[in-house]
Design a protein around this ligand. Structure first.
Ligand code: AFP
Length: 336
C-alpha cells in the first residue's frame, strides 16, 4: 500500500482503537452500523421523485411537526440497522415520542444512540441538502431497561457524535472526542473514505447564518449583534459580513465547519414557551461537540451547550455556534 492509499472508515476506526484505545470494538461497530444506515438513507434521498418518497405521510411527530415519508423511512433504516447488533441498550429519535427498547430477542450493549434521522426535512421536496445527526452516550451503570431518564446526560458525556450531510456528495463528519474527521461516500465503492483529518473551524469569520424573518421576535442582545453585522463597513464592526441560511442545520453547520461562520437559532418571542427552536439531545449537543472539537464554540447565549443538564428527551434550546471569536462576542452581549 502506498503512503497515500485512501483510508476507509473501517481502517480509520481500527487505527483509532489501536493508537488511542479511546474506542472499543462495540463503539467501532456502532459507528460502522450508523454509517451504513446513513449510506442507505443517502440512496433513498438521492432517488427523489423516482423513489416515491417525497411528500408528507399525513402524520405528526411528538413535536407536532408533519412527518415526511423520508423522515419515517430514515428513522426505520436507523432503527433496523442498530437494534440487533448487541452494541446498544436503547435508541431514541426525534421521530419517536419515547425511547425504543432493544427487542428481547437481541443482546444488549453499553451504549445509547439518539438521532435526528432526517434533519432539515422541509428541504427534501425542493432538492436541497438534508442530513442525519447522531449522538452516542453510555448507558448508566446498573440500568437494564433504559427509559427517557437514562438519556438525560449533559453533552459533555457524549462518547461520539456525528452527522451525515446528503448534498452533491454525501459526507460523514465524526468526532470520538478527539478532533473531527470528515469522510466522503465513494458511491461506486459503497464506502466512506477519509477526506479530511482533524478539521478546524477558522476563529475569525465574516459570514453568519440566522433566519432573518424572525428578527422582530429576537431579544435585545441578538438585535444588537445582527444589526452590527448588517451595518457592515459603516457600523461598529467596520467590515462587511455575508449571510447564508439553508434551513437544514446539518448543511449550515457543515458550511461553517468547512469555511468558518456563525450559526444562530436564538430564543425569541415565537419559541420562548418551548425554550428555543432546536432540539438539545439530537441537534444541539452533537453539533456542539463537533464544533468544539474543531476549535469552535457553542453556547445557548449564556453558557456552553454541552454543560446543559437535559430535563427531557425532546427539550429545545437556543443555539449559537461556530467560529470562536464571534460566538464569544454574541455570548458576551447576552451576558451584559
Ligand atoms: P426540520 O427538520 O423540521 O425541517 O427542521 C430543521 C431545523 O430544525 C434545522 O435543521 C434548521 O436549522 C431549522 O429547523 C430551520 O428553521 P426555520 O424553519 O426557522 O428556517
Amino acid at each position: 500500500m502506498t503512503e497515500h492509499a485512501p483510508i476507509s472508515l473501517s481502517q480509520f476506526l481500527i487505527e483509532e482503537q489501536r493508537a488511542k484505545g479511546q474506542i472499543n470494538a462495540d463503539l467501532r461497530r456502532l459507528i460502522k452500523v450508523v454509517a451504513s444506515a446513513c449510506k442507505r438513507i443517502s440512496i433513498a434521498v438521492s432517488k427523489g421523485a423516482l423513489g416515491g418518497v417525497l411528500g408528507n405521510l399525513g402524520t405528526t411527530n411528538v413535536q407536532g411537526e408533519a412527518q415526511k415519508k423520508l423522515d419515517v423511512l430514515s428513522n426505520e433504516i436507523l432503527l433496523q440497522a442498530n437494534e440487533w447488533g448487541g452494541h446498544l441498550a436503547a435508541i431514541a429519535s426525534e421521530e419517536m415520542d419515547d425511547p425504543h427498547p432493544i427487542p428481547h430477542r437481541y443482546p444488549k450493549g453499553e451504549y445509547l444512540l439518539v438521532f435526528d434521522p432526517l434533519d432539515g426535512s422541509s428541504n427534501i421536496d425542493v432538492n436541497v441538502s438534508v442530513g442525519t445527526i447522531f449522538s452516542v452516550l453510555r448507558c448508566p451503570d446498573g440500568v437494564v431497561e433504559p427509559d427517557e431518564s437514562a438519556f438525560l446526560q449533559r453533552g459533555v458525556e457524549q462518547v461520539a457524535a456525528g452527522y451525515a450531510v446528503y448534498g452533491p456528495s454525501t459526507q460523514l463528519v465524526l468526532t470520538l472526542g478527539d478532533g473531527v474527521n470528515v469522510f466522503t461516500l465513494d458511491r461506486e465503492q459503497g464506502s466512506f473514505t477519509l477526506t479530511e483529518r482533524n478539521t478546524k473551524i477558522p476563529e475569525e469569520t465574516s459570514e453568519f447564518a440566522i433566519n432573518m424573518s424572525n428578527q422582530r421576535h429576537w431579544e435585545a442582545p441578538m438585535q444588537r449583534y445582527v444589526s452590527e453585522l448588517v451595518a457592515g463597513k459603516t457600523g461598529p464592526r467596520e467590515r462587511d459580513f455575508n449571510m447564508r441560511w439553508v434551513a437544514s442545520m446539518v448543511a449550515d453547520v457543515h458550511r461553517i465547519l468547512t469555511r468558518g461562520g456563525i450559526f444562530m437559532y436564538p430564543v425569541d418571542e415565537k419559541c420562548r414557551a418551548a425554550g428555543g427552536r432546536l432540539r438539545l439531545m439530537y441537534e444541539a449537543n452533537p453539533m456542539a461537540l463537533i464544533v468544539e472539537q474543531a476549535g469552535g464554540a457553542a453556547t445557548n447565549g449564556l453558557g456552553r451547550i454541552l454543560e446543559i443538564q437535559p430535563q427531557k428527551l425532546h427539550q429545545r434550546v437556543p443555539v449559537i455556534l461556530g467560529s470562536r471569536r464571534e460566538v464569544e462576542r454574541v455570548t458576551a452581549y447576552h451576558q451584559d
